[in-house]
Design a protein around this ligand. Structure first.
Ligand SMILES: Cc1cc2nc3c(=O)[nH]c(=O)nc-3n(C[C@H](O)[C@H](O)[C@H](O)COP(=O)(O)OP(=O)(O)OC[C@H]3O[C@@H](n4cnc5c(N)ncnc54)[C@H](O)[C@@H]3O)c2cc1C
Length: 503
């Protein structure tokens, strides 16, 4: 049997294999809807220690078995999509705090720790990590680091890579390696951050902590156009302010945000296509007309314009003082002050994300999101380019969720109809989905943007990494892969485009 010789918790039960056969990549769900249910991996193992992870790697290397590290499976780019002969390594039984140093303040925590319980325990100790991805309820520390995650408060606390001081991982050679931030010479730490399980299995991470914020200040503004909104956002960051939260919503997304969106609906029954899906499907038969309607001045006015919400974290009066400074910067630029309410409401619903794609898919619709980024000077070209490329084929809206002095992330959401007659899923429907993605990513690259800001690359965007890194960059990335994982057993197929068959 496959797991012969391994002495740790493992399963090749059919139900476990189906459950571990994927992450939350929407394309996979469309495939299932079309009747293709993959068998999943050959088996799943649940190591409890770094030694056990090293044991699994040594075992797999000897037998040339592929290993796919698994955090909580909340990725949306097919970072987890194991072949039927691969073994999934679920890290969630490794969730201990190894060292908590209040003075530093630092925490060395095992990689399988889930997000929300980590933040809650830190809060009880008077600290925060400052990392709040919308998926905090269903993602792990290891998954954050492996996929280079960004939390909602990235404006002040940074992305996950800004929080990692050191990490321990088991490479594809089976070596246990600790990488630290270094003051001299090249740092190897950034190679593993964002490597999506292709270089090493991360077993623990040392994270930089912050005192839990003692004060918060809230503000929101509306704008006549999305462009005016991002110019205000740019001004805030370039004038030295660092709001923890800065999110700009286009007029349609702003309208949804004001309503509190899907999350407040409590729906416990089985999910079936309802009247809402039918209406949406009818509207999506002509996405170009829908997008054109939503781009009109009259719709923008009716929706109340684009909306920027900001939240400043601080120790005392500084949070309020920064909110006042923000007002002084953006209001002369045409921003209309909307008070504290919208930002407070946003905070109350910060994790209210809808995971309910099934009814939409059953109704013949697809929904997906794309988070990309560009320097400020190229942001307009990227935004307009993606709207132009996707708009004729799918409904599209956007918000701007992570800003920096030099650029910004745009988070597009798009929805399309399965087929012109709204029939059940078939190959043509999947084609529409694939074409929408191809057009969108081409537009991002043509505008000089990056194809992923925080969801990672996985298998869905891997074919575009040659354009993202260039041929020289790809060659270096492959050399690094060979150094860490000479037999190519770690998460094959993720992150890099398939290698040309060697003669
Ligand atoms: C509704 C929703 C909202 C989301 N919001 C955000 C958001 O706000 N910000 C954000 O950044 N992301 C977001 N995501 C994406 C996702 O949650 C992140 O990519 C997250 O970092 C994945 O963590 P995970 O533990 O679930 O990892 P998984 O999905 O299990 O794995 C992700 C990748 O990392 C690898 N991996 C996992 N653990 C390890 C390990 N210990 N060692 C080596 N490799 C490993 C896997 O092989 C895979 O390639 C969202 C997803 C959903 C579904």
């Amino acid at each position: 049997m496959l797991l012969d010789g391994l002495k740790l918790l493992a399963s090749d039960d059919a139900a476990d294999r189906v459950a571990y056969g994927r992450d939350l990549w929407p394309r996979h769900h469309l495939g299932v809807r079309s009747g293709r249910l993959p068998a999943g991996p050959a088996a799943i193992v649940w190591p409890r220690s770094t030694e056990e992870v090293a044991e699994v790697v040594a075992w797999a290397r000897k037998r040339s078995v592929a290993l796919v590290p698994f955090g909580a499976g909340s990725g949306v780019c097919a970072g987890v999509l194991p072949s039927s002969d691969a073994v999934v390594v679920d890290l969630k039984r490794m969730a201990r705090w190894r060292r908590f140093d209040r003075g530093a303040p630092l925490l060395d925590v095992e990689s399988g720790h889930m997000g929300l319980p980590l933040e809650e325990r830190l809060n009880r100790e008077g600290f925060t990590l400052g990392h709040f991805p919308s998926s905090i309820l269903c993602s792990t520390v290891g998954g954050w680091v492996a996929a280079r995650s960004a939390g909602q408060a990235s404006g002040y606390y940074g992305k996950i890579e800004d929080m990692v001081v050191a990490l321990e991982c088991v490479t594809g050679r089976g070596d246990v390696v600790t990488l630290r931030q270094r003051a001299t010479g090249p740092s190897l730490l950034p190679l593993v951050i964002g490597s999506e399980g292709t270089l090493g299995i991360i077993t623990s991470v040392t994270l930089r902590l912050h005192p839990a914020p003692a004060a918060r200040a809230f503000a929101a503004w509306s704008f006549d156009s999305t462009r005016e909104g991002w110019q205000a956002m740019r001004a805030l960051f370039q004038r030295g302010l660092r709001p923890a939260i800065a999110r700009l919503y286009d007029p349609f997304d702003a309208m949804l945000a004001k309503q509190g969106s899907a999350k407040r609906r409590t729906h416990t029954g089985p999910h079936a296509p309802g009247a809402g899906s039918a209406v949406l499907r009818t509207m999506l038969r002509n996405p170009a007309a829908l997008n054109a309607l939503l781009a009109t001045r009259s719709f923008t006015r009716a929706a109340g314009g684009a909306m920027l919400v900001v939240i400043f974290d601080g120790a005392g009066d500084d949070a309020e003082a920064n909110a006042e400074r923000a007002r002084a910067i953006v209001e002369p630029m045409g921003a209309r002050y909307e008070g504290e309410g919208p930002a407070q409401k946003w905070l109350a619903h910060r994790y209210s994300v809808s995971y309910r794609q099934a009814p939409a898919i059953a109704a013949g619709l697809f929904i997906d999101t794309m988070e990309v980024a560009a320097p400020w000077a190229k942001l307009g070209e990227l935004y307009e380019g993606v709207l132009r490329a996707v708009g004729p084929h799918a409904f599209i809206m956007a918000h701007f969720s992570h800003a920096y002095p030099d650029g910004c992330c745009i988070y597009f959401s798009f929805a399309g109809s399965a087929s012109p007659d709204g029939g059940p899923w078939d190959a043509a429907c999947e084609q529409t989905y694939d074409q929408t993605w191809r057009r969108a990513l081409d537009a991002v690259l043509a505008a000089g943007g990056t194809i992923a800001h925080h969801h990672g690359v996985g298998r869905s965007k891997a074919p575009r990494m040659d354009r993202e890194l260039g041929s020289g960059g790809i060659a270096v990335a492959r050399a690094v892969k060979r150094a860490f994982d000479p037999d190519g057993i770690l998460n094959p197929g993720a992150l890099l485009p398939p290698e040309e068959a060697r003669p």
